[in-house]
Design a protein around this ligand. Structure first.
Ligand code: HEM
Length: 754
């Protein structure tokens, strides 16, 4: 059942087909290098040349919408629609698709259709959404590759809202599907579904002024739902939930404590209090919850269900197993008298009635209005009526003082709720899509929103090859050291994260708050370099003919690229056309989430008690969409270019720093050198000549992992081999260009760089 420990794989003993005890079973701490080879052409049935944007442009968008509208009330016998309308179910499907997003690492979200794959397809919170997706199959089949599952699931939620009377803010397509589970996302360390014993640490209030905390007390504080802290980057309160426990924190029916959890969870989804209230009050204007009986009635989740169920899970033994007998969350609530129609009734009832704690038929904590009026319709029996009911988390919108204020305002001004809900819903669905240049379709709103991290469009002619040559010369004549140009360009471009496609060199936000202050960017040095580059830019722009302008964003990247070219002696590709964003276009608080804690490429930062330094390196490489060879060549190349964030010589295994040579690799693999840790936390190392005992190099874990890990070492060997010097330079240049262009969704680049 869904709340038990993960089942032992029944194929453990298989002796073919990938069976047997695996590396991960033997060595739990092995670096998960697989996260750097996900979503490769080999697993994509559409082939590597498939262009989703082009396919989407040929989609009969209005046709899809018409078919979706029809589907809303086309109740199927195998999964009947509550109240004759699938709207609530589809809104929940879209919300759960997008709601896994968390702003601290940008992962999760609906941008890749991951709800189709484990673990999300089998999360206890996603019960019955297997049915929702299967209801959509005829439409997916009809329109084929022109609309991805990722887009279709979210568009369906949007159309569901429209069919129930919401004026939506718009919709953008443009989410290509992935074809396998994304293993790069940390969902928590718990090994039981709905567990939360790893993600919370002791709240601050719990230890204040207490001196020594004995272990029992620690335990109590650890569980204190009023003070506990949720581990980053997580947003959800339990393993296998999208958000918080609907019964209240850890099942305790305390609406105020639930408010605290909601604020944390929705905050980490990038929502403020107003957006949070609007989303919950707007979402629960629709549909119902399902808890017709105890969860013992439902079978295995999709990943563990018998073959004949064909990917569906949670088979229900109660009654007919669907319709009025449906078991999903185990709660049994119908919020309003018009569950298929947009209204303000949710907030009206929330404040009109007092609420009494009761239990669902499945035994879960929920609330019922203290009234004798029974006027809420039944989902199937026209002769049955119910009292209004609410979840503990719904009551939080009234009993949390800050939420209450907002809720009352929305109660008194329904049009404000409508607008706030539409906007927050649009943000929820599009937050992880990256810049507007990726958005597709006829319903893109014209209003530009701050959370898009807007970048002004390129106007006027783009600089040409001749201009680039002139600019390079001027940059190299500024007297700024090459390694400073390189670290600045890297700092600018490597702020990108592939998860939600934020950051990157475009916009030149490195010159703005908060990026210019980040320690990893070496603010003092950065200011000097930017000052010199701004001068180059101004000179060019004041003298260029034909109204040509170069952006600082382009100059920053070009500066690093010119310096790499000089150090390498091979040409390095540069694609101009970036523009500069303003401080007003930059939400400082939101950008703070992009600050790297660790950046192994610049030898910045190190591990924690929970994450090893080299795991951070891998994570960063994953966010930069790098393969293992690209990560290895970049680390080794950046070291000999002397590009450490603080100018230290850790990992600079060369006597000619600043020249692009394979020296990092030849020296790393040199058996004449012996390594030993020089710090008790095993973060710093010293390499000495075995014969003379003389100290030769210093290194961090970021450096030495390239020689210690078998797969990384195999690649390092290639770059240390005789005859591969040119290959090393070319591969470094290509990987460099890839990083510089990670956010160039505005131009069509070579598909290997996309
Ligand atoms: C249903 C909890 C926020 C939309 C449900 C269900 C639960 C729940 C337990 C019942 C699932 C079932 O048994 O079928 C919560 C909690 C929330 C939250 C704890 C946050 C504190 C939201 C948001 C939206 C939303 C933000 C959308 C914007 C819906 C809809 C349904 C639903 C439409 C009805 C599904 C149906 O009719 O089948 N919610 N929810 N919820 N939720 Fe939420």
């Amino acid at each position: 059942s869904s709340d038990s420990a993960p089942a032992q794989c029944p194929m453990r003993e298989a002796n073919i087909g990938g069976g047997g005890t695996r590396n991960r079973d033997w060595w739990a701490n092995d670096l998960q290098t697989t996260i750097l080879r996900q979503h490769q052409p080999v697993s994509n049935p559409l082939g590597k040349d498939f262009d989703y944007a082009a396919a989407f442009k040929s989609l009969d968008y209005e046709g899809v919408k018409k078919d979706l509208h029809k589907l809303m009330t086309d109740s199927q016998e195998w999964w009947p629609a509550d109240f004759g309308h699938y709207g609530g179910l589809f809104v929940r499907m879209a919300w759960h698709s997008a709601g896994t997003y968390r702003v601290s690492d940008g992962r999760g979200g609906g941008g890749a259709g991951q709800q189709r794959f484990a673990p999300l397809n089998s999360w206890p919170d996603n019960v019955s959404l297997d049915k929702a997706r299967r209801l959509l199959w005829p439409i997916k089949q009809k329109y084929g590759d022109k609309i991805s599952w990722a887009d279709l699931m979210l568009l369906t939620g949007n159309v569901a809202l429209e069919s129930m009377g919401v004026k939506t803010f718009g919709f953008a397509g443009g989410r290509p599907d992935t074809w396998e589970a994304d293993e790069s996302v940390y969902w928590g360390g718990e090994t039981t579904w709905l567990g939360n014993d790893v993600r919370y640490s002791q709240g601050h209030r719990g230890i204040e002024g207490k001196g020594v905390v004995d272990s029992d007390e620690h335990k109590r504080d650890y569980k204190d739902i009023h003070t506990r802290d949720l581990e980053k980057p997580l947003a959800a309160a339990h393993m296998g939930l999208i958000y918080v426990n609907p019964e209240g924190p850890d099942g305790v029916p305390d609406p105020v404590a639930a408010g605290r959890d909601i604020r944390t969870t929705f905050g980490r989804m990038a929502m403020n209090d107003e957006e949070t209230v609007a989303l919950i009050a707007g979402g629960h204007a629709f549909g119902k919850t399902h808890g017709a009986g105890p969860s013992e009635n439902i079978g295995k989740e999709p990943e563990d269900a018998p073959l004949e169920q064909q990917g569906l899970g949670w088979q229900n033994k109660l009654g007919r197993g669907n319709g009025p007998d449906t078991i999903t969350s185990g709660l049994e609530v119908i919020w309003t008298a018009t569950p298929n129609k947009w209204s303000n009734k949710y907030l009206e009832y929330l404040f009109k009635y007092e609420w009494e704690l009761t239990k669902s038929p499945a035994g879960a904590n929920q609330w019922v209005a203290k009234t004798n009026d029974e006027f809420i319709p039944d989902a199937y029996d026209p002769n049955k009526k119910h009292k209004p009911r609410m979840l503990t988390t719904d009551l939080a919108l009234r009993f949390d003082p800050a939420f209450e204020k907002i809720s009352r305002r929305y109660l008194e001004h329904p049009e404000e709720l409508h607008d706030a809900f539409s906007r927050a819903w649009f943000k929820l669905l599009h937050r992880d899509m990256g810049p507007r240049s990726r958005w597709l379709g006829p319903e893109i709103p014209s209003e530009v929103l701050i959370w898009e991290d807007p970048i002004p469009p390129q106007t006027g002619p783009v600089i040409d090859d001749k201009d680039v040559a002139v600019l390079k010369e001027k940059i190299l004549a500024t007297g700024i050291q090459s390694q400073e140009l390189i670290t600045t360009a890297w700092a600018s471009a490597a702020s990108f994260r592939g998860s939600d496609k934020r950051g990157g060199a475009n916009g030149a936000r490195i010159r703005l708050e908060p990026q210019k202050k980040w320690e990893v960017n070496n603010p003092q040095q950065l200011a000097q370099v930017l000052g010199a580059l701004e001068k180059v830019q101004e000179e060019f722009n004041s003298s260029a003919s034909g109204g040509k302008k170069v952006s600082l964003a382009d100059v920053i990247v070009l500066a690093g690229t010119a310096a790499v070219e000089k150090a390498a002696g091979v040409p390095v590709t540069f694609t101009p056309g970036r523009t500069d964003a303003s401080q007003e276009q930059t939400d400082i608080q939101s950008f703070e989430h992009l600050e790297p804690v660790v950046d192994g490429f610049r030898n910045y930062g190190h591990g924690t008690s929970r994450v090893k330094t080299e795991q951070f390196l891998l994570d960063k490489a994953n966010q930069l969409n790098l393969s293992i060879p690209e990560m290895v060549v970049l680390v080794g190349g950046l070291r000999v270019l002397n590009a450490n964030w603080d100018g230290s010589s850790h990992g600079v295994f060369t006597t000619t720093p600043g020249k692009l040579t394979p020296d990092f690799f030849t020296n790393l693999l040199d058996m004449g050198i012996a390594w030993k840790a020089t710090s008790s936390d095993q973060e710093l190392y010293e390499g000495t000549d075995r014969k003379s005992g003389q100290k030769k190099w210093t290194a961090t874990r970021h450096d030495l992992v390239l020689g210690a890990h078998a797969e990384l070492r195999a690649v390092a060997e290639v770059y240390a081999e005789a005859g591969n010097e040119e290959k090393f330079k070319k591969d470094f240049a290509a990987a460099w260009t890839k990083v510089m262009d990670l956010d160039r969704f505005d131009v069509a680049l070579d598909s290997t760089q996309a």
